[in-house]
Write a protein of this length. Structure first.
Length: 166
């Protein structure tokens, strides 16, 4: 195949690219952007035409009188009145006594939760401590054994190498 723009064959340094708008094949030198020149020209001409229309729409929009939002628009039923009343009560805030009672309950729950977790950590059974110590001693012994076997293998390899050299 060859480039649509310059009619040269595609090679290593002239790779094939495709226009995202018209999907024709172009080489990397002819298609420097994501769209080809003809599609780019069409796109620019459309934006110029649409910008003229946008100016007229913008001037009309600016001339319009901003309307104030009305919350009571068409809400005349008794249910709507009750909802408005409840909303105003919520906006004014909860009763301060109820809020304080809730705060006190929350603080009490938080303090008891903290006390339970700290008290459980302070008193660990002695058997658990002994078990952890013995586990740590076993792990250290295993690490020493592995290190020793590694050193033994290194010594054996050094002896073999020395025998091969001589």
């Amino acid at each position: 195949m060859s480039c649509t723009g310059c009619a040269r064959k595609f090679k290593i340094f002239r790779s094939e690219k495709s226009c995202q708008k018209c999907h024709f094949s172009f080489c990397s030198k002819c298609l420097s952007k994501q769209v080809c020149r003809s599609c780019l020209r069409d796109q620019k001409s459309r934006t110029k035409d649409s910008s003229e229309g946008n100016e007229a729409a913008l001037s009309c929009y600016l001339k319009m009188k901003p309307s104030s939002p009305t919350l009571d628009h068409g809400l005349t039923s008794p249910c709507d009145a009750q909802l408005r009343q409840r909303l105003s009560n919520l906006r004014n805030g909860m009763n301060s006594e109820k809020a304080e009672a809730l705060r006190d309950r929350f603080n009490n729950l938080r303090e008891t939760g903290m006390m339970k977790t700290t008290s459980g950590r302070e008193s660990a059974p002695k058997s658990e401590v002994q078990q952890l110590i013995s586990q740590t001693v076993k792990e250290v012994a295993l690490e020493n054994k592995i290190r020793q076997t590694g050193q033994d293998i290194d010594e054996q390899l050094a002896l073999r190498l020395q025998n091969l050299r001589s």
